[in-house]
Design a protein around this ligand. Structure first.
Ligand code: HEM
Length: 363
C-alpha cells in the first residue's frame, strides 16, 4: 500500500479503537455487545496495518545488510514514530491478553487498566506524529485497484479476526471464555459485601455518613418534595443485578432497598420531568431517564447485610444495565430535571477533590 494510505488508515484505526473504547465505558446492556465487537475489530485492523508500516520503515530502524549506513532512527520525528509503534503494540498486547484471560497486576493496576492508560498516551503521540508528519491524501492514494484490494483485505482481516477469536474461545473453552461481553471477570457473586472490592470512579473517599442524621431529599420538578430518614426506607424490595465495573470485574448480588418508582409516586414528578439526577454527598452525580430510573433500586442492603461504607452506605443506586460508575454511592438527593446535567462528566472526575470527597469534612 502507498505510505499515505497506510498512515491515514493507521490513524483511523487508532481513532476507531479509542472511540469505541470510550463508548464501551457506557455500554452495559447485553444488546450493546457489538460496541465491544467493533472495538476488537478496530484493534485487529490496527495490528494488521502495522505490518506494511513496519515493512516500509524497516531500513530506517535497522542497518541495511551489507552496508555501513547507520539507521536514521535518531531524528526526533522517527523517534515519535517508533514510540507510537511500541505504544500501539503495548495497547494491542494488553487488550488481547486481557480478553484472553491473562492475569498480571503491575503497581496495583491490572492489564485492562494499563490498556486504557497506554491507549491515551498512544492517541496523544499519534495526534502529534500526524501533526508534524502527515501529508494529505491524494486521489492516486485511493483510486488504484491494487491498493484498494490490499486495503480491503486488511480491513476484512481485522473484521474477521474478532469473531474467529470468540469462536476459538468458545469452542475450546479457552481462558477468556468466561468473561462477560464487556470483558469483565466475575468476582464474588452472591457473596455479599465482603466478596467484591470497594472502588470509586476516580478517588472519592468520604468519611462514613452518620445514619442518625442522614437524609434523602427528592426535589426539582416534583409536586411534592420529599425528605426521608434512613429508618423510613424500609426494606421492601429486592433486585438481583450485576454490578459491572469498568475496571474489569463484575459481581451479581441480591440488592435490597426500595424501588425508585415508589418514591417517585410519592413525590409526583411534574409533566416536564424527564431525567432523575442522583447526587452523592461528595458532589458526584449522574442522571438516568425517568422511565429507566423508575425501575432502578435504592439499596440499603446486600442480601441480609447493611451496605458497607465502601459500597456506598447508607444508600446507593442499583441501575441494572448501567456500568458501575453510574451506580452512585453515598446518595443524598434525587433531583428531577428536564435534561441531564452536561457538567456531570466534570462532576464525576472532580468530586474526589471536594472537602467531603477527600474525606476532610463529614458529609
Ligand atoms: C487506540 C486505542 C485502543 C485500541 C487499539 C484497543 C484495542 C483493543 C484490543 C485489540 C482489544 C482485545 C479485543 C479482543 O481480543 O477481543 C481490546 C480490549 C479491550 N479494550 Fe481496548 N483499545 C483501545 C482503547 C481502549 C479504551 C480507551 C478503552 C476504555 C476506556 C478500552 C477498553 C477495552 C476493553 C474493556 C477491552 C476488553 C474487551 C473484551 O474483553 O472483549 N480500550 N482493546
Amino acid at each position: 500500500m502507498r505510505p499515505r494510505t497506510t498512515d491515514w488508515s493507521l490513524a483511523l484505526s487508532v481513532a476507531a479503537g479509542f472511540g469505541t473504547g470510550l463508548w464501551s465505558l457506557v455500554a452495559g446492556r447485553a444488546e450493546q455487545w457489538w460496541i465491544f465487537a467493533l472495538h476488537g475489530m478496530a484493534g485487529a485492523w490496527l495490528g494488521l496495518l502495522l505490518l506494511p508500516k513496519l515493512w516500509r520503515v524497516r531500513w530506517r530502524l535497522l542497518p541495511r545488510p551489507g552496508t555501513a549506513s547507520p539507521a536514521t532512527w535518531r531524528d526526533w520525528r522517527t523517534l515519535a514514530g517508533i514510540g507510537s509503534t511500541l505504544l500501539a503494540l503495548l495497547v494491542l498486547g494488553t487488550g488481547v491478553a486481557w480478553s484472553n484471560g491473562a492475569v498480571l497486576v503491575v503497581w496495583g493496576y491490572n492489564l485492562l487498566n494499563w490498556h486504557i492508560v497506554f491507549s491515551f498516551v498512544l492517541v496523544l503521540l499519534v495526534s502529534w506524529h500526524m501533526l508534524v508528519r502527515a501529508r494529505p491524501l491524494r486521489k492516486t492514494d485511493l483510486h488504484e485497484r491494487r491498493q484498494a484490494v490490499q486495503w480491503l483485505g486488511l480491513l476484512a482481516g481485522g473484521v474477521l479476526l474478532w469473531p474467529m477469536q470468540q469462536w476459538l474461545q468458545r469452542q475450546f473453552q479457552l481462558p477468556g471464555f468466561t468473561r462477560r461481553f464487556t470483558g469483565s471477570r466475575e468476582i464474588g457473586s452472591f457473596g455479599g459485601n465482603g466478596a467484591f472490592p470497594y472502588v470509586s470512579w476516580v478517588a472519592d473517599r468520604p468519611l462514613p455518613l452518620d445514619v442518625a442524621t442522614w437524609q434523602l431529599q427528592i426535589s426539582g420538578l416534583v409536586e411534592q418534595p420529599v425528605t426521608l430518614r434512613y429508618d423510613q426506607l424500609a426494606l421492601r424490595d429486592t433486585l438481583e443485578a450485576t454490578l459491572d465495573c469498568t475496571g474489569g470485574f463484575y459481581t451479581s448480588q441480591q440488592w435490597r432497598g426500595i424501588t425508585i418508582a415508589r418514591l417517585l409516586d410519592e413525590a409526583k414528578p411534574t409533566p416536564a420531568a424527564r431525567w432523575v439526577r442522583f447526587r452523592s454527598a461528595t458532589g458526584y452525580h449522574w442522571s438516568l431517564p425517568l422511565t429507566e430510573a423508575r425501575t432502578a433500586l435504592l439499596a440499603t442492603h446486600i442480601g441480609e447485610t447493611a451496605l458497607h461504607h465502601g459500597h456506598g452506605a447508607p444508600l446507593r443506586l442499583v441501575a441494572p444495565g448501567q456500568r458501575g460508575f453510574v451506580w452512585v454511592k453515598w446518595l443524598v438527593a434525587l433531583e428531577l430535571h428536564e435534561a441531564p446535567d452536561p457538567a456531570q462528566l466534570l462532576a464525576i472526575n472532580s468530586s474526589w477533590t471536594t472537602p467531603i470527597g477527600r474525606g476532610d469534612t463529614q458529609g
